[in-house]
Design a protein around this ligand. Structure first.
Ligand code: 13P
Ligand code: SF4
Length: 311
């Protein structure tokens, strides 16, 4: 394994490549990456890197976003099958039809969408800046929000904005529901609960945290928001409601604390497709390139740049 790691580092240097990894990647990939973060942090890194090659250890829509923002860089993904069930819940044709049915609406798309869907959108958001972006849209504008219904309900509650929300969900987060939540509250009464807004339980948690004073230790965050919260918290126990890959990074940030996944089965098989062997082949053969055609990229760049200028 050490030989493989050394070969990857050597190739990375020779080719002036940067390795970006999402918080859900396996531990070995996180440890070798130049930057580990959430969707927003990864897009920001892709926008500012001086590297010639961006190796994206994440899922396809993330590599597409990097290609849209940095069209002159070579963007590579170690496995082209690393998709996203949430991004697959809406395509450009379906969005065009939805827009026709709602002609005066502003379209706000979660970053977990294809480049073609972004090209039909006015604003892009990630889970860490969705509230800020929605708050920047004039209150007289009506909003179509897609594709995640749980994130949509969360953002609508926090901002007080009524929105039409697409009926999409992530197969991993949707299953993190109420049952796990209530059991975990009983087992870890002192813990801080950190919940990703894509979770099926996020809506009821919002209601609970507003209704019961003993639910004040519930916080809804993007993956990087969770990391920052833990870094600045004095708590010793945390229950984490998102994909379990993030536990590796959380333990590095606060080794003395205990972290409990709300669901041990919350595993994104797409994120886990990226391995050290595939990363090595990616650098060696410069495969697999993710290149968004310029006619799509030019339209998709606008909502992403709007988002990056707001947050
Ligand atoms: P974050 O932007 O919070 O990392 O979320 C990305 C994602 O795909 C969550 O499932
Ligand atoms: Fe997509 Fe869900 Fe995997 Fe995130 S966890 S990349 S939303 S399938």
């Amino acid at each position: 394994m050490n030989d493989l790691i050394n070969e990857i580092l050597k190739l990375k240097k020779e080719k002036n490549a940067v390795i970006l990894a999402h918080n859900y990647q396996i531990a070995e990939i996180q440890d070798i990456a130049d930057f580990v973060g959430d969707s927003l942090g990864l897009s920001q890194q892709a926008a500012k890197t001086n590297a010639d090659i961006i190796v994206f250890c994440g899922v396809h829509f993330m590599a597409e976003t990097a290609s849209i923002i940095s069209p002159h860089k070579k963007v590579l993904i170690p496995d082209l099958n690393a998709g996203c069930s949430l991004a697959s819940t809406v395509n450009a044709q379906e969005l065009k039809k939805w827009k026709e049915e709602h002609p005066d609406y502003i379209v706000v798309s979660y970053v977990n969408t294809t480049a073609e869907v972004k090209a039909e959108s006015d604003y892009c958001v990630t889970s860490s800046n969705a509230v800020k972006v929605i708050n920047s849209i004039p209150v007289n504008k009506k909003i179509l929000f897609l594709p995640d219904k749980f994130l949509g309900m969360y953002v609508s509650t926090v901002t007080g904005r009524e929105m039409e929300i697409w009926n999409g969900a992530c197969h991993v987060h949707e299953k993190i529901g109420d049952i796990n939540f209530d059991n975990a509250k009983k087992s870890h009464p002192e813990a801080e609960f950190l919940i990703h807004p894509e979770c099926g339980c996020s809506s009821s948690c919002m209601v609970k945290s507003q209704l019961y004073f003993d639910c004040k230790n519930i916080h809804i965050f993007s993956t990087e928001g969770m990391i920052n919260f833990v870094r600045n918290s004095n708590a010793k126990e945390f229950v984490i409601a998102t994909e379990v890959g993030i536990l590796h990074r959380l333990k590095k940030v606060k080794p003395e604390a205990n972290f409990y996944p709300l669901s041990e089965n919350a595993i994104c098989e797409y994120m886990k497709m990226i391995t050290l062997e595939k990363l090595y082949n990616t650098l060696l053969y410069e495969q697999y390139e993710v290149k968004v055609p310029e006619e799509i990229a030019v339209k998709a760049r606008l909502p992403i740049e709007r988002m990056l200028s707001i947050a």
